[in-house]
Design a binder for this molecule. Structure first.
Ligand code: ATP
Ligand code: MG
Length: 479
């Protein structure tokens, strides 16, 4: 099997910057983590502060209540001994004036109320058993203290204090704490957002520069206005691009030198090829003219010389026309167009070609999926040259299959025949001008096709088996 692959070079598309969803950006992650850390730390700190403050408020109320009840007990002892109800009533009246006090009572050993802030209670017996020193209801703090003289209980003082005020203070403190956490969260998030903007702005600048370089613009430099590690990265990036640019300029100048040398070699080769091509017909023309110059030339020889003159001058004209076609390939004018119509059009013409009488030409192309960017006139010429070659490779008849197949971002074209094939000795130079394997071929068809395709950013690929067939293919970027 013989294969010739000429490097495919699709017109380089500008690389696209990858798009990230917002939740995968560095900015979002930075803000989220800073906000979370902020919230947890501030939450713990504020919560413990609130807890301590609540404890202090509660302790303050208890201590006030204890002091008050002790005072009540002391102030009531003598009056109790003397059964002085007036003084006892005065004690409860004084107690009533204290903040948060809802009720104060003095009872004797039997549990009869001797004095109370609630006058209706006086004279009644207490229903509640006096168990324990303190009892705490939902919104009240209730304390009892026994009054003892020489170890003997002579009565009890009771004090009821409202905890509403305490609860309100605790709620206010907790709300303040929550507000603080919320504020910390908002301020932390804003700070993290600003910080992330500062960091990612430079990263985005770098990313844009990298994409421009990917698109071939080596003149790009970044100015990150930063003196930190990102600034250093920017400096290193610029230095890298500078050396890249230097290397690329060296490569370009080397390439130009080589291209000049190659061009000169090519001109020499081409001149030799043209000279070789026109030498035979030209000699025939010169010999015929010499013959015609003879006065005694027989009529039959004269007619033969004129016929040779005619054929060979036409051959010379064809060689020169083909060469001019090759030399004058214009710039490609790319448009988005359907390639199926083009292939069908050329296939129609080829079927009518005298050399294609016994060749079956079959086209497979899905018009809805085969649109490419190409120069229609030039692509028509490429398709014609390739089909004609296949037809000329099957003088005894055969089959030519032409396919256009979409394959991702390209459309693949293939021309497969079961003709004579190309010998290995010719294959690796077959696309050079004036290389031909046919008796009357000029050897320009494939080189014209190759030059046109190069202008489209692609090239020919040829696989051939002698006496089996040939497949010539190329790709064009899909529209
Ligand atoms: N499908 C094919 N099958 C077999 N040989 C082929 C095929 N295509 C090209 N060739 C060989 O490659 C040679 C070069 O082809 P090319 O089209 O460049 O020139 P040509 O056909 O000889 O002349 P012309 O300039 O008229 O096209 C041909 O002469 C032929 O030997
Ligand atoms: Mg040809």
């Amino acid at each position: 099997m013989s294969v010739i692959e000429i490097v495919h070079k699709h017109a380089s598309a500008e690389p696209r910057a990858p798009r990230l969803s917002f939740f995968r950006t560095l900015r979002f992650r930075l803000v989220l983590s800073v906000a979370l850390v902020h919230a947890v730390l501030m939450g713990t700190f504020v919560w413990s502060a609130v807890d301590k403050q609540s404890e202090a408020i509660r302790a303050d109320l208890y201590s006030r209540a204890h002091s008050l009840i002790t005072l009540m007990a002391v102030a009531s002892t003598n009056a109790l001994l003397a059964e002085d109800l007036g003084s006892l009533a005065e004690v409860t009246a004084r107690v009533k004036r204290q903040p948060d006090v809802t009720e104060g009572e003095i009872v004797d050993v039997r549990g009869d109320v001797l004095a109370s802030t609630n006058l209706h209670q006086v004279g009644h017996r207490l229903l509640e058993p006096l168990v324990g020193a303190t009892a705490q209801g939902r919104n009240r703090l209730r304390l009892h203290e026994q009054i003892r003289v020489a170890g003997q209980r002579i009565g009890t003082v009771l004090l009821d204090m409202s905890t509403r005020h305490l609860q309100a203070e605790l709620t206010a403190t907790r709300d303040e704490g929550l507000l603080f956490i919320l504020l910390a969260l908002v301020v932390g998030s804003i700070a993290a957002w600003v910080l992330s903007l500062l960091i990612t702005r430079n990263l985005y600048t770098l990313m844009a520069a990298v994409h421009k370089i990917g698109g071939g613009n080596l003149g790009v430099r970044v100015d990150l206005h930063a003196r930190d590690e990102v600034g250093l990265l920017g400096g290193a990036f610029n230095a890298m691009v500078e050396s890249l640019q230097r290397i690329s300029e060296q490569v370009r100048s080397e390439h130009e030198k080589r291209t000049d040398a190659e061009r000169l070699a090519c001109v020499g080769e081409l001149s030799a090829s043209i000279a070789h091509e026109i030498r035979n017909p030209l000699s025939a023309v010169i010999n015929s003219v010499k013959l015609l110059d003879r006065s005694n030339l027989p009529v039959t020889d004269r007619a033969q010389a004129i016929a040779i003159l005619n054929t060979e001058s036409l051959r010379l004209q064809r060689i020169l026309n083909d060469f001019l076609d090759f030399a004058r390939i214009r710039e490609s004018r790319l448009v988005e167009d359907d390639v199926c119509a083009l292939i069908e059009e050329v296939a129609g013409l080829i079927r009518q070609h005298p050399q294609a009488a016994s060749v079956r030409v079959e086209v497979q192309c899905d018009a809805s999926r085969c649109r490419t960017r190409h120069d229609p006139d030039q692509l028509r010429q490429v398709i014609w040259n390739l089909m004609l070659n296949s037809v000329q490779a099957m003088p005894e008849g055969g089959e030519l299959h032409v396919r256009a197949t979409p394959a991702g971002r390209v459309v693949k074209f293939s021309f497969t025949d079961n003709g004579c094939g190309i010998p290995d000795s010719l294959l690796d130079k077959i696309v050079r001008p004036f290389v031909t394997g046919r008796k009357h071929g000029t050897g320009l068809g494939l080189s014209i096709a190759q030059r046109i395709l190069m202008q489209h950013g692609t090239s020919l690929s040829i696989v051939s088996h002698v006496n089996v067939g040939t497949e010539v293919s190329f790709e064009l970027g899909a529209a």
